[in-house]
Design a protein around this ligand. Structure first.
Ligand SMILES: [Zn+2]
Ligand SMILES: [Zn+2]
Length: 142
């Protein structure tokens, strides 16, 4: 690895994948909590790692857009956890802290269908389905 190695190739070996799927940056973290990496010979200063992975895997970030962390883990750079939003949208989301109206399988987060733990909302429909599947597996195994 030298400074001539493409930035993405210097970046990827330095992430650790968390159980929640976050790509946790193991290098320097700036004062705002974002991971940073040296830009290389022709780039002055440091780049934020989540912008590097977003641009590499998703595409260029249009002027005026910011990258929002859907997972709220600022030093995470999993492109699937990143979304380009306008600045006002990012600020609004930061205040609300929640984002989805539906779980990843498409069930709505209504008060009746939502369990809150300290970090996130859990879809009860999915939780019940998982419990049923687990019991079924146990019964088959028994
Ligand atoms: Zn993440
Ligand atoms: Zn669900």
């Amino acid at each position: 690895m030298t400074r001539h190695t493409p930035i993405i190739d210097r970046l990827l070996p330095r992430i650790e994948i968390s159980p929640t799927g976050c790509w946790l940056w193991q290098g320097p973290i700036n004062e705002n909590g974002y991971g940073t990496i040296g830009g290389g010979p022709r780039v002055a200063g440091h780049k934020r790692v989540h912008r590097v992975t977003y641009e590499h895997f998703v595409g260029p970030i249009a002027d005026g857009l910011q990258i929002d962390h859907l997972c709220r883990v600022r030093h995470c750079c999993n492109p699937e956890h990143l979304e380009a939003v306008t600045r006002t949208e990012n600020v609004r989301r930061g205040i609300r802290k929640t984002r989805q109206t539906h779980c990843k399988r498409g069930h709505e987060f209504t008060p009746e269908n939502t369990l809150r733990n300290d970090r996130q909302r859990v879809c009860l429909t999915c939780k019940r389905a998982a419990a049923r599947a687990y019991l079924q597996r146990k019964r088959v195994a028994a």
